[in-house]
Design a protein around this ligand. Structure first.
Ligand code: HSE
Length: 326
């Protein structure tokens, strides 16, 4: 154990997901370290708020307010970016890569906005870039699309990709809770974005659809070019109307490859028949329906938001990278 290599991590951001990742590492350290036959340590954390009670004991000396202390530290192997938002996150990811760090992020907004630049910079600097947590939270969808499913031509994807809106719609449909109360509840549980507009207007789901389309169809569509409608106009009356037709309203991200090879795509609330499996995806759970030309229909289901499920995906990527570099 004494002479064992330690994988050293610099963490950018100790918010909901940063804290969830930290907790997941503490909770499962034995399993993670014995899988790797190596120690894993978060050595530095970029975070201004050092006082907040997060329910974890973080030694004060790990905190820094200077990102260069992470980028320029030759001992750090992997940078985990969990700041959220496009900037400064994108610049920080690029800088980490340019300094030879492998990068793991959950940041769908940053990846969707700057997909090519991030991919090219990772390649140019010969570093690994993983972002499993960015789509579907704890559901291992991206690695599955690019791994076990890579022999397929993909035809279609239908996803419930936003936990906050699915939580709100579920609470309005099943518990008769009103929109504002349901949103506050989602925020309190750490599902919602810092600015929940991105959730309720469908922008977060569009960011995730951009990432899915890039991986499935090798086609980049900027999120702002995806026709997007959120759930702010969904009232109890509309939910009742759907119920009268044996349907539930779900915010669906959809992309389909047409006969002529073009891709059609949209994010909007849809009426889903109560007999369809997507109708029974409740609360912060997500689901991704994928059709491949060889494998046919598949569905993935799990917690698409929240600190621990997202932390699970982040650390999965860390383990994957660590296995490659050890
Ligand atoms: N705000 C997002 C959601 C977090 O509610 O799904 C997970 O990406």
């Amino acid at each position: 154990w004494e002479n064992m290599k330690t994988i050293k991590i610099g963490l950018l951001g100790l918010g909901n997901i940063g804290t969830g990742t930290y907790k997941t590492l503490e909770m499962n350290r034995d399993e993670i370290e014995s899988t790797l036959n190596s120690k894993v340590e978060i050595v530095k954390i970029l975070e201004r708020d050092t006082e907040r009670d997060r329910g974890i004991a973080v030694p004060k000396e790990k905190f820094t307010s200077d990102p260069d202390e992470i980028f320029k530290d030759p001992e750090i192997d992997i940078v985990i970016e969990l700041l959220g938002g496009i900037e400064p996150a994108t610049s920080f990811i690029l800088k980490a890569m340019e300094n030879g760090k492998h990068v793991v992020t959950a940041n769908k907004a940053a990846i969707a906005a700057n997909y090519h630049k991030l991919m090219e910079t990772a390649q140019a600097n010969n570093v690994l870039f993983r972002f499993e947590a960015s789509v579907g939270g704890g559901i291992p969808i991206l690695g599955t699309l690019t791994g076990p499913l890579r022999a397929n031509k993909f035809e279609e994807v239908l996803g419930i990709l936003n936990g906050t809106t699915n939580y709100i719609l579920t609470m309005m449909t099943k518990e008769g809770v009103d929109y504002d109360t349901a949103l506050k509840d989602a925020q309190a549980q750490g599902f919602a974005e810092a600015d929940p507009t991105a959730d309720v207007e469908g922008i977060d789901a569009a960011n995730k659809l951009t990432i899915l389309m890039a991986l499935m169809f090798d086609k980049y569509v900027a999120p702002e070019d995806i026709p997007t409608t959120g759930i702010t106009q969904i009232t109890k009356e509309k939910i009742e109307e759907a119920r009268a037709n044996n349907c539930k309203i779900k915010l669906i991200a959809h992309a389909k490859k047409l006969e002529n090879g073009e891709i059609e795509y949209e994010v909007r609330p849809m009426h889903i028949s109560e007999t369809h499996p997507l109708a029974n995806i409740n609360k912060e759970f997500n689901a991704v329906f994928v059709k491949g030309n060889a494998v046919d229909d598949l569905m993935f289901y799990g917690k698409g938001a929240g600190p621990l499920p997202t932390g699970s995906a982040v650390l999965g990527d860390v383990i994957d990278i660590a296995k490659t570099i050890l």
